[in-house]
Design a protein around this ligand. Structure first.
Ligand code: SF4
Length: 698
């Protein structure tokens, strides 16, 4: 009888976690009492042929979790109490209007996330500028792709994560993977690299740790954290001196060769070896591998990018690509491997302080005029440029921002120097958090609104290749939760800005986004939901309905006005906080396979959390022995900004001067209480990847 009462349903969905956006089939077996879910791969996935990692296999667990927020909640006397949506929206209106009247429009800030769909990212940018009329909007993608984006814009004139589709990876004869651990962070794309190797490709991994990705490496350069640009200067010097420069390409398609060549004359290979900790013979070997290869690709990720010199680091890798002419052809290109689900789309549509939709710039008069027209507002009402994510926290701490709206993000865990963030949020007159769970950030909130998960939300995501995909809603919202985009529209309505935010569907928002992106660098105008679904995704730019999309960029022109790319001399900069007598070790941070970002979803998933339940201090056994640490025991780790206690894990795979800790936990286990908030001067990326620490038994 129970079997008769149960109903089975299978729907196609997309993983909400990393930037590969693997698709899958979600099966629901529904009986009167309970629903049971299981997942099988989608063999027709255009990128992964049905591969899924452990996170994707268990993604539905957090979305269907009992602890999901189901009702709007207001904090009264320290306790959260459920209220109706009408009461909640009235309170939001009163708080926002009160702050704006007393302190001005810029006293409200908005903080978004790189997992939001394109439509939500677009709407959040419009919401901040039109409904709140504040300049303060930024998002956690500032910590993800901002350095690579800055470097690509300067060098190529546009920023798209991968310049070529992943299907071209096996065509490369040499691949450099710099500061990217794809085996753990994007495991379902590893077969592309394995296939390349089978076809004779040489793979060079640059990382202070011998990560799981090193299993495919022909050469592992175990670099000292913070010395990437110095290493690339060494590689470039060998490339020039041994004659691997593609002079025809450099002449026809780039500017700046003479300045770069002059700069490289000053570079000493011995000095590079000393700085990076990599013997010069290995630097020469790596340069020859890449320089002599007929085709080649370079991939970077946060290991290279999360530095106060992040833009310069990436630019130097782009020098390498351009000098050897390895771009704009099959098996030749560059890729910044995005971490967040919509790290790519999230940064294209205007939730960054300095940008408007379509990669338009907020301080460019023509761009402002175009977007003001799309939004139907006078251009002078469009706010000016605000500040980056961490700088917003500093502005709160200084008392300049009095109210903050956080959508699908957990800044208390994800920002550097998180003691400052916790202190700052306590000073807010009004903190509104829209999320799935009561996160570490939500604990400081005056009000929580229950938002939507990937199973309930509909919209487009632009995955790491620049391929736009549609994700359909497949499950009703729990309790009284609302779709994230509808919540923004509801708030706009009570603030009297409803006429600018009346959409019949999320596709309506997409159609407005298409228009807003038209003529911009990330042009989506030629895409429709129907087309995207029929064509298994479309690569931007796609400016017309008849345009096929652009899987490979820069075949004939770069995106600067003159069509040429820019080479640039890059001087090495040391990390802002080198090791010292008081803090003799280097701390670097990163991800583990089982967790995603600040861990809110994956820590709520027992199947994942049980496999990696707490952050570990990865330390070389010899270093640990000298300090007196025992494998499995505990250690106190301290930087100038704070101290935390962690379980010790011996690892002979890490440099002896460096320790590694994953960043997916909050409170007393938050490694970001220690990390350095020194910012890149151009893109405002913090220096997560290196700071000086002391370590003691504890
Ligand atoms: Fe695919 Fe990334 Fe999800 Fe794993 S986490 S299933 S690699 S999208």
């Amino acid at each position: 009888q129970a079997a008769l009462a149960s109903r089975e349903k299978t729907v196609k969905t997309e993983c909400p976690y990393c930037s590969v956006q693997c698709t899958m089939n979600l099966h629901e077996e529904k009986s009167i009492m309970v629903s049971r879910y299981s997942v099988t791969p989608n063999k027709e996935d255009p990128v992964t042929d049905g591969r899924l990692c452990v996170k994707g296999l268990n993604a539905h667990v957090h979305a269907t979790h009992d602890r999901r927020l189901r009702y709007p909640m207001i904090r009264i006397g320290g306790t959260l109490s459920p209220v109706s949506w009408d009461q909640a929206l009235e309170r939001v209106k009163a708080e926002i209007e009160g702050i704006r009247q007393q302190y001005g429009n810029d006293a409200i800030g908005v903080y978004g996330g790189g997992s939001l769909s394109n439509e939500e990212s677009y709407l959040l940018g419009k919401f901040a500028r039109v409904a709140l009329q504040t300049k303060y909007i930024d998002y956690n993608g500032r910590f993800c792709m901002s350095a690579a984006a800055g470097a690509s814009n300067l060098t190529f004139g546009v920023d798209r994560g991968l310049t070529n589709p992943l299907s071209e990876v096996p065509l490369a004869k040499c691949i450099i993977l710099a500061g990217t651990n794809i085996a753990e962070c994007q495991p379902t794309i590893m077969p592309y690299f394995r296939k390349a190797r089978q076809e004779g490709c040489k793979i060079i991994v640059i990382d202070p740790r011998e990560t799981a990705t090193c299993s495919i490496a022909d050469l592992h350069l175990k670099i000292k954290p913070g010395y990437d640009a110095a290493l690339v200067n060494g590689l470039l010097k060998v490339i020039v001196e041994e004659g691997y420069v593609d002079h025809a390409f450099v002449k026809e398609r780039t500017n700046g060769f003479a300045e770069l060549a002059d700069h490289l004359m000053q570079v000493s290979l011995d000095e590079v070896a000393e700085l990076t900790g990599i013997p010069s013979r290995l630097i020469v070997e790596a340069a020859r591998m890449y320089g002599q290869a007929e085709t080649g690709m370079v991939f970077t990720a946060r290991g290279v990018e999360q530095h106060a010199s992040g833009v310069a680091n990436v630019r130097n890798f782009l020098n390498l690509v351009l000098l050897t002419g390895k771009i704009g052809k099959p098996g030749c290109g560059y890729g910044a491997i995005t971490g967040q689900a919509n790290g790519q789309g999230g940064r294209e549509h205007g939730q960054k302080a300095d940008q408007l939709p379509g990669y338009r710039m907020i301080e460019n008069p023509e761009h402002r005029a175009y977007i003001a027209k799309v939004w139907g507002i006078p251009e002078e009402e469009l706010p000016r440029q605000g500040v980056s994510a961490y700088e917003m926290m500093e502005a709160i701490d200084r008392g300049e921002i009095k109210g903050l709206i956080v959508l699908a993000s957990n800044p208390v865990v994800s920002n550097p120097n998180s003691h400052l963030v916790e202190r700052a949020l306590k000073k807010l007159k009004f903190l509104l958090v829209i999320d799935l769970f009561e996160t570490e950030t939500a604990r400081h909130a005056h009000m929580l609104l229950p938002g939507s998960s990937y199973l309930e939300d509909e919209g487009t995501i632009t995955q790491l290749e620049g391929r736009v995909m549609v994700r359909r809603a497949i499950r009703p919202l729990p309790g009284e939760a609302r779709l994230d985009w509808k919540i923004l529209c509801d708030i706009a309505e009570v603030l009297g800005k409803g006429p600018y935010f009346r959409y019949a569907s999320v596709e309506d928002i997409f159609n407005e986004l298409r228009l807003a992106s038209k003529g911009g660098k990330a042009d989506y105008y030629g895409m429709t939901y129907d087309r995207i679904e029929k064509e298994s995704g479309i690569f931007w730019p796609c400016p017309e309905k008849a345009h096929p999309g652009t899987p490979r960029l820069f075949e004939r022109r770069f995106a600067h006005e003159d069509g040429r790319a820019r080479l640039a001399p890059i001087a090495h900069q040391s990390p802002k906080e080198p090791a010292s007598r008081k803090y003799p070790f280097l701390l670097t941070t990163g991800r583990v396979l089982q967790h995603y970002l600040s861990g809110v979803q994956t820590r709520s998933t027992p199947e994942l959390n049980s496999r990696y339940p707490e952050p570990l201090l990865e330390i070389h056994p010899q270093t640990a022995g000298e300090i007196g640490l025992i494998n499995g025991g505990h250690a106190k780790v301290a930087s100038k900004r704070g101290e935390i206690r962690l379980k010790v894990k011996y690892s002979a795979k890490i440099r002896q001067d460096t320790v590694f800790v994953a960043f997916h936990w909050g409170d007393d286990l938050s490694i970001n209480r220690l990390t350095n908030p020194a910012l890149d001067p151009a893109c405002r990326m913090p220096e997560f990847k290196v700071c000086a620490v002391n370590i003691m038994p504890g």
